[in-house]
Design a protein around this ligand. Structure first.
Ligand SMILES: *Cc1c(COP(=O)(O)O)cnc(C)c1O
Length: 371
């Protein structure tokens, strides 16, 4: 699905030199590379505070720990996403409230959020799924009306823009009260191990989060709040410093591959291909995900695998149907879109090194099966 070796070969010298600096100065934890990365990412995102941490799941958890949420508070999130999003809500003894997504962008549905709000609702967690920005303008409006926090799960969409009706654009992850991202190797900005970060423009919250990631310490050996140990290590920060300047180029390469896929596939009666937006960078294609309608999606998957083409179903089971997250309040009819998508979606290889020949082979193989 990804070609991390091909990408590394292109940037080997910069990455190796950056890692060598860490090896030479031996500041493996909290070295100067970590601070430099924090500053570099703040500048890239146009966000006041970046707090690096150990992975994207921690980033979500710590973001939520920084808000004054109490056990039993309801947190609304999308039914169609990776489990990490709902997992941290449950771990913190908050009550996850899963809601449906919409067919247009596969992101949390605005009307479904409105319907799910109760007097106990305290936060909304939109996920910018597959690299496509959720409708943050509408979400922030609902949040303001109901006095709710917004925590953006930006693990799949670093670099994507959210567009507002006044014409302005802001980076996904920096619009809510707090945002979280992951630097898992296959993400759009991937380290060579685990990594994550939290974003916020709120000075007070940033201070609180910086303590939480470090055992709740604001002054050495004084523990003011219950924290965790969650650090981005210096080697990962060194890799990220070498790769961040290429992020826009990488996202453009993904968009270019997506454009070619959609051009080849979009006319077919059994395929609904992602729309390509030329103006606003609202989709950075962490995944390129087709909907297969009126045809055998699983058969197509097997056909592609048989031809040596990696492909995957993100995600095969709605979160509301996962054993860990069952809730008697959920009714199947509340999730028509997620229930449809889990049977229709298939993601094709997507990375920065796809060439025309590969794309042609993949799209020919898809069309060969569907005829
Ligand atoms: C990858 C991912 C995460 C978790 O990130 P890790 O670094 O693997 O912990 C959270 N949410 C979404 C939507 C993701 O894709």
């Amino acid at each position: 699905m990804v070609d991390l070796k091909g990408q590394y070969d292109q940037i080997k010298e910069t990455v190796n030199a950056s890692i060598q600096e860490v090896l030479d100065n031996t500041a493996y934890i909290n070295g100067p590379q970590v601070h430099a990365f924090q500053k570099n990412l703040e500048e890239y995102l146009g966000c006041k505070h970046v707090i690096p941490c150990a992975n994207g799941t921690d980033a979500l958890q710590i973001a939520m720990m920084g808000l004054d949420l109490k056990p039993g508070d309801e947190v609304i999130t999308a039914d169609f996403t990776f489990a990490a999003t709902v997992e941290v809500i449950a771990l913190l003894q908050l009550t996850p409230v899963l809601v449906d997504v919409n067919l247009f962008n596969m992101n949390i549905d605005i009307d479904a959020i409105k319907k799910a709000i109760t007097p106990k609702t305290r936060a909304i967690v939109p996920v910018h799924l597959f690299g496509r920005a959720a409708n943050m303008e509408a979400i922030m409006e609902i949040a303001a009306q109901h006095n709710l926090y917004v925590i953006e799960d930006n693990a799949q969409a670093i670099g994507a823009n959210c567009k507002f009706s006044d014409g302005s654009k802001r980076k996904a992850g920096t619009i809510g009260h707090v945002g979280a991202t992951s630097f898992f190797p296959s993400k759009n900005l991937g380290a060579y191990g685990d990594g994550g970060a939290i974003f916020t423009n709120d000075d007070e919250l940033a201070h609180k989060l910086r303590g939480i990631v470090n055992h709740g310490m604001y002054v050495r050996y004084h523990h003011d709040v219950v924290g965790v140990n969650s650090r981005l290590d210096s080697v990962q920060a060194a890799v990220l410093n070498a790769k961040l300047p290429k992020l826009d180029e990488y996202n453009r390469a993904r968009q270019e591959a997506a454009r070619k896929y959609t051009k080849a596939l979009s006319g077919h009666k059994n395929i609904i291909a992602p729309e390509i937006c030329d103006v606003c960078d609202c989709h950075v294609f962490h995944q390129y995900t087709l909907r297969i309608v009126g045809a055998d999606r699983n058969g197509l998957m097997q056909h592609l695998l048989d031809k040596g083409i990696p492909c995957a179903i993100y995600y095969p089971i709605p979160l509301h149907a996962q054993k860990a997250y069952l809730d008697p309040r959920y009714k199947e009819e509340d999730f028509p879109v997620t229930n449809l998508l889990v049977n229709e979606v298939i993601s094709l290889p997507m990375h920065t090194e796809l060439d025309d020949e590969q794309i042609q082979f993949i799209t020919d193989s898809v069309l060969e099966f569907l005829k």
